[in-house]
Ligand binder design. Structure first.
Ligand code: AMP
Length: 297
């Protein structure tokens, strides 16, 4: 393992060639020299506190790319709530051990000042995706996501980039950004990995206490209930029951639970055969906000 910067004293697997880099310039030049030998670069951006869901993205990258780059960066510009940023789980040493074990090639762990110093103005319009769900609940969130992902794309210049459908709306936002900026990057949206009881894996799950953790899987149960109802031909009318399922747990408070068109996020119209329904949920479990979604057809 080669390291540059503050993680330089973590030689856990000396035989492992994983490289940890903090400086944006250093990562760019390392990757461009690799690219010159014709290798295909796969990129997985994360905010760390890694779990199997993140690792599934890395495995997907490894399956089609020669070199896998993972970034770990808790991006301040995408947090609309300062307390949420402060309490976001950070487990860098465990993350690096997991990445070495899985055989990641390059880990990019920038500092915010150095990263944003490289930012160039960008013209994109994601208003059509920002008015609902995460966009409405977290003003400015997706602007921050676009800023950081675009910066990463400029620095890493990946051939392929991997994102989780757990963040369904984020996938749509990134897709729109890549199209508007004409970036030559193939996007891959991977399925959501879940705990055995159905809870979507998330870095935030670490923050749940025992009672909150026990309550959390009901969110997925409510989504599955909506899917069953949809398959049985109940296009609407099941929403109040689904909300009641979640609200039956006293720890849980619904931010939103709605069915939308998976292509546009417009409200789902059962009479419009072109629409593909997806149920989207954001639920407070104590003070931890969890999101999940499920395609209903
Ligand atoms: P995060 O560290 O939460 O920003 O997530 C980094 C990437 O991992 C994003 O593309 C997420 O959508 C993806 N991801 C997070 N949780 C899961 C999961 N349970 N299954 C699959 N991908 C996930």
């Amino acid at each position: 393992m080669q390291s540059y910067g503050k993680y330089s004293n973590l030689p856990r697997f000396p035989q492992c060639p994983m490289i940890i880099i903090q400086q944006p310039d250093a990562v760019s030049s390392k990757i461009s020299s690799i690219r010159q030998s014709g290798k295909k670069i796969g990129f997985v951006p994360t905010m760390g506190a890694l779990h199997e869901g993140h690792l599934s993205l890395l495995r997907a990258a490894q399956s089609i790319c020669d070199i896998t780059v993972c970034s770990i960066f808790v991006n301040p510009t995408q947090f609309n709530n300062p307390d949420d940023l402060l309490k976001y789980p950070r487990t860098p040493e465990k993350d690096l051990a997991l990445l070495e074990e899985i055989g990641c090639d390059i880990v990019f762990m920038p500092e915010a000042d150095e990263l944003y110093a490289m930012e160039k103005p960008m013209q994109i319009d994601i208003r059509h995706l920002e008015s609902r769900f995460e966009g409405a609940s977290r003003p400015g969130h997706f602007q921050g996501v676009c800023r950081v992902v675009n910066l990463f794309f400029q620095i890493v210049q990946p051939d392929d980039a991997f994102f989780g459908l757990k963040d369904f709306q984020q996938c749509m936002v990134i897709q729109s950004m890549v199209e508007q900026l004409h970036l030559p990057i193939r996007l891959h949206f991977q399925p959501t990995l879940r705990e055995e009881d159905g809870l979507a894996m998330s870095s935030r799950n670490i923050r749940l206490n025992e009672a909150q953790r026990k309550a959390a899987p009901i969110i997925y149960k409510a989504l599955c209930f909506l899917k069953e109802k949809m398959e049985d031909g109940h296009q609407d009318g099941s929403m109040e029951e689904a909300k009641a399922i979640i609200s039956s747990e006293k720890e849980l408070k619904i931010d939103y639970l709605e069915i939308a068109d998976a292509r546009t996020l417009a409200p789902y119209d059962p009479n419009n055969v072109d629409m593909n329904p997806v149920a989207l949920a954001a639920v407070y479990d104590g003070e931890v906000r969890l999101i999940d979604n499920l395609l209903l057809k």
